[in-house]
Design a protein around this ligand. Structure first.
Ligand code: SF4
Length: 295
């Protein structure tokens, strides 16, 4: 019998339960901050000091996932706050740090410890995502260090825009970076994210030079990022990075649209369709043609 390969948070207690792999091929269920105590009882001064020290971070939610966010079954933690404003962001509720819940790093690591058997059985681990995890480098550094002390595989999901916030010591505790390269042409990157492309390219070169494995993510948005010259610019750059293990081309979808509306934020892509399968295949082929492994 094929063993269960997927685990899911079981209600607000966050216990995990095994479910058949073929029943839920790609599972993503958020547990919010359930099961992780927040720090509401601290004085303001204590709170500020603890945030500066990285003992407390601002967290949006966490979830247990399989087949996304890195190898195996993973606890993915979404930190709050992001300097980018991607037009297609499907988590606009993570953009402001002040909207997150204050969480002690020790509490979060206690939760990580509970899943050690799952991580060992599946080759999984901890993924820190967002928002942008490098908005909170002190907290991220402590979280990664604590995970590594438990022998947990660590992944950071980042745009790379704040790559200079990552010290070498922090990167020593990162086994894999999921690097979101949102465009290859500077003007398209600016239009897509509201920010400059160069810091992401610089960070990716730094990661390659120090030997950090990367999985690259590129979101194909019709009329925004899917132009052949924009994709070619991403693919040329990515092909120059020796430690890239794979490229994931993710077709744009409208699943985040409700959140933009609920938050009363202007959403520019309301009329943008999902890309045609032939266009997604053309984009994947542009990466593949440069010798990259593409999903
Ligand atoms: S980097 Fe991620 S979280 Fe930040 S705006 Fe872009 S898609 Fe949203």
């Amino acid at each position: 019998m094929r063993p269960p390969a997927v685990v899911a948070p079981d209600g607000i207690n966050g216990e995990y339960v095994a479910v058949p792999e073929d029943a839920v091929p790609r599972l993503r269920r958020s547990a919010g901050t359930a099961g992780i105590a927040t720090t509401a009882e601290m004085s303001h001064g204590e709170h500020v000091a603890a945030v500066r020290a990285g003992e407390i971070g601002s967290m949006h939610s966490w979830e247990l996932v399989t087949a996304v966010d890195g190898p195996g079954t993973r606890m993915t933690v979404f930190l709050a706050g992001c300097p980018l404003r991607c037009l297609y962001c499907h988590n606009p509720d993570t953009l402001r740090m002040r909207d997150g819940e204050p969480v002690a790093v020790d509490e979060l690591l206690r939760r990580v410890r509970r899943y050690l058997p799952v991580f060992r059985a599946t080759g999984g681990g901890l993924t820190v995502s967002g928002g942008e995890p490098l908005m909170q480098p002190a907290f991220l550094g402590r979280l990664l260090r604590g995970a590594k002390e438990m022998g947990v595989h660590t992944t950071v999901d980042t745009s790379g825009f704040l790559g200079t916030h990552a010290s070498d010591a922090l990167l020593d505790d990162v086994d894999l970076v999921l690097l979101d390269v949102k465009s290859g042409l500077p003007q398209t990157y600016l239009r897509t994210t509201g920010r400059e492309l160069a810091p992401t390219l610089d960070f990716s070169r730094r990661l390659a030079a120090r030997g950090t494995p990367m999985w690259i993510r590129f979101v194909a948005v019709p009329g925004l990022t899917d132009a052949p010259d924009n994709v070619a610019a991403v693919a040329d750059h990515v092909a120059s990075l020796a430690t890239v293990e794979r490229v994931e081309v993710l077709p744009f979808h409208q699943m985040g649209r409700d959140k933009w509306e609920r938050l009363d934020l202007p959403y520019e892509l309301g009329e943008t369709p999902a890309p045609e399968p032939a266009d997604v295949e053309r984009i994947r082929a542009q990466f593949r043609d440069r010798g990259l492994t593409v999903f």
